[in-house]
Design a binder for this molecule. Structure first.
Ligand code: SF4
Length: 430
C-alpha cells in the first residue's frame, strides 16, 4: 500500500447500521469518584490527594488502596466530624490547619488536591474557594487545586475526569507559531505510556504530550494547534475544558485490543500524514504479538455470552473488543453514560443488533440479566457477590481500571481478565 495513513474507523456521525441506545432511569449501583485517587496518585508522583470527607470516605480509600499502607502515603482524609456538621467549628479554619500541618511535614508535595466528597458537598464546603485561599499562601512551591469525588450522581471513573479537568487551566499556552501537537488524555500505567511513546517515536510523531504527566511540574502546553486523543472513554468534562483552551478532539476507537489500538494509532498517524508503508512496518510486530496472545483466549471465550452492568464507562470499547476479537456474544451492554461523539467510532464497530442501555434501573436490569442466563457478567462489587451466589460468573469492572489493559502488549492480559472467572469456576466444579 502507498500514500498516507487514513482513519481505520469512521469517526463522525453514528453510522446508520450502528446499534441504537436505550435510556433507563432508576436506582443505580455504583462506586464513587474517590476511587480514582488510587490510580491517580500512582501516576502523578509528586501530588497529594487530601479528601475532605467522612470516616466512610477514609475507609473506602484505605481499603481500596490497602497495599499502600506501608508506603509513604500520598493521600489522606481530613475528617469532617460532628462539630463541623453542626457548625460549632469552622470547617474552613480546620481545613487550613490540616493543610498547613501537612505541607510543613511533607516538603516533597508540589501539587495538593483538595478532593470533595458527599459530606463536604452536603455542608456546602466550597473547596474551590479554599484552594484559591490556600494557594495564596503556598504558591509557587505548592499548587493547590480542587475537584469533587462525591458519589452523588457520579460514577467511579468520573473522579479522574474531574481531576484532569482541574489541571487544564494550569497547562501552559503553545506559542501561536508552534506546529500541530498531539495530546494523549487519560491516565495510563507508566509501562503503557512508555510503549506508546516508543511507537509514536517509531512513526516519527514526536510532538506528543500526556495528560496527566508523571510530574505535576511538566504539564504539556496546549493551544488551537493541539489535537487531543482520548486514551480513556470517561473524560467528558476534561475534554470540554481542553476545547475551551482551543484543542480539538481527534476521534478514534479506544486503544483496547489489537484492533482498537491499531485504529487509535492510525488516527494519530493520519493527523501527521505518516506514510502508509511506515505505519504498516511499525505496527506489524506488535499487532502480530497481540493477535498471537489473543488466539488461545479466543478459543476459550468464543461463543460465551456476556452481560455488562453500567459502572466504568469502559463498557462500549470492551464490548467491541470482546465481540470482534474474542467472538463473545453480547447480551446487553449497560453503561452509565454514552458520550455520542466520543463513542461514535466504537458504536460504528459494534454489531448492529447490540442491546445498549444507558443509565440504570438496577432491579429491572437484574431481572433481564438472570433471564438471559449469561456466561459472564461484568459489574461493580456490590452486585458481584450476590450474582456469584446465584451461580453466575462475574468480573469486577473496577479491576479493568486498576490493571494496565491498553495497547498491543496488554491485549492478551485484557482477554485473560475475562477468561479467569470462567477458569476459576470450572476448577471449582467437581
Ligand atoms: S464520597 Fe460519598 S460515596 Fe464516596 S465514600 Fe465518601 S460518602 Fe461514600
Amino acid at each position: 500500500m502507498s500514500g498516507v495513513v487514513e482513519h481505520l474507523v469512521p469517526a463522525t456521525a453514528v453510522l446508520p447500521s450502528a446499534p441504537s441506545i436505550r435510556t433507563e432511569r432508576g436506582q443505580r449501583e455504583v462506586f464513587c469518584g474517590l476511587t480514582g485517587i488510587i490510580w491517580l496518585h500512582r501516576k502523578i508522583q509528586d501530588a497529594f490527594f487530601l479528601v475532605v470527607g467522612s470516616r466512610t470516605c477514609a475507609h473506602l480509600i484505605q481499603s481500596a488502596a490497602g497495599v499502600m499502607i506501608f508506603a509513604e502515603p500520598r493521600f489522606a482524609t481530613a475528617i469532617i466530624d460532628d462539630r463541623d456538621l453542626s457548625g460549632i467549628a469552622d470547617a474552613n479554619d480546620e481545613l487550613d490547619r490540616v493543610v498547613n500541618q501537612l505541607l510543613a511535614r511533607r516538603p516533597d508535595i508540589r501539587l495538593l488536591f483538595l478532593v470533595g466528597s458527599c459530606p463536604s458537598e452536603v455542608i456546602k464546603l466550597d473547596l474551590s474557594r479554599a484552594a484559591l485561599r490556600l494557594s495564596r499562601s503556598f504558591e509557587p512551591q505548592v499548587r493547590i487545586r480542587s475537584w469533587s469525588g462525591s458519589g452523588i450522581e457520579t460514577t467511579f471513573t468520573q473522579g479522574e475526569d474531574a481531576c484532569l479537568a482541574s489541571l487544564v487551566p494550569d497547562m501552559p499556552s503553545l506559542p501561536a507559531e508552534a506546529p500541530t501537537s498531539l495530546l494523549i488524555v487519560g491516565s495510563l500505567a507508566d509501562v503503557v505510556e512508555d510503549q506508546f511513546r516508543r511507537l509514536f517515536d517509531a512513526l516519527g510523531i514526536d510532538n506528543v504530550g500526556f495528560l496527566p504527566p508523571r510530574n505535576s511540574q511538566e504539564l504539556p502546553a496546549i493551544g488551537p494547534q493541539t489535537r487531543y486523543l482520548l486514551a480513556q472513554p470517561f473524560l467528558a468534562d476534561c475534554a470540554r475544558a481542553l476545547e475551551q483552551r482551543g484543542a480539538q478532539h481527534l476521534p478514534s476507537a479506544f486503544p483496547l485490543g489489537a484492533e482498537g489500538t491499531m485504529a487509535w494509532f492510525a488516527a494519530a498517524a493520519a493527523l501527521f500524514a505518516v506514510p502508509q508503508e511506515r505505519f504498516d512496518a511499525v505496527m506489524a510486530a506488535p499487532t502480530a504479538r497481540a493477535r498471537a496472545a489473543l488466539q488461545p483466549l479466543r478459543e476459550q471465550l468464543s461463543g460465551v455470552s456476556i452481560f455488562f452492568f453500567p459502572d466504568s464507562q469502559l463498557e462500549l470499547p470492551l464490548a467491541r473488543f470482546l465481540s470482534r476479537e474474542l467472538d463473545m456474544r453480547l447480551l446487553e451492554v449497560g453503561t452509565p453514560y454514552v458520550h455520542r461523539s466520543h463513542m461514535a467510532p466504537e458504536l460504528a464497530l459494534l454489531p448492529a443488533d447490540t442491546v445498549i442501555t444507558e443509565g440504570q434501573h438496577v432491579d429491572n436490569q437484574l431481572d433481564r440479566c438472570r433471564a438471559s442466563k449469561p456466561g459472564l457478567v461484568v459489574c461493580g462489587l456490590g452486585l458481584a457477590n450476590p450474582l456469584e451466589a446465584e451461580g453466575i460468573a462475574t468480573k469486577w469492572s473496577i479491576e479493568l481500571v486498576f490493571t494496565p489493559i491498553q495497547g498491543f502488549e496488554q491485549a492478551g492480559d485484557l482477554a485473560e481478565l475475562f477468561a479467569r472467572p470462567l477458569t476459576r469456576r470450572n476448577r471449582l466444579v467437581v
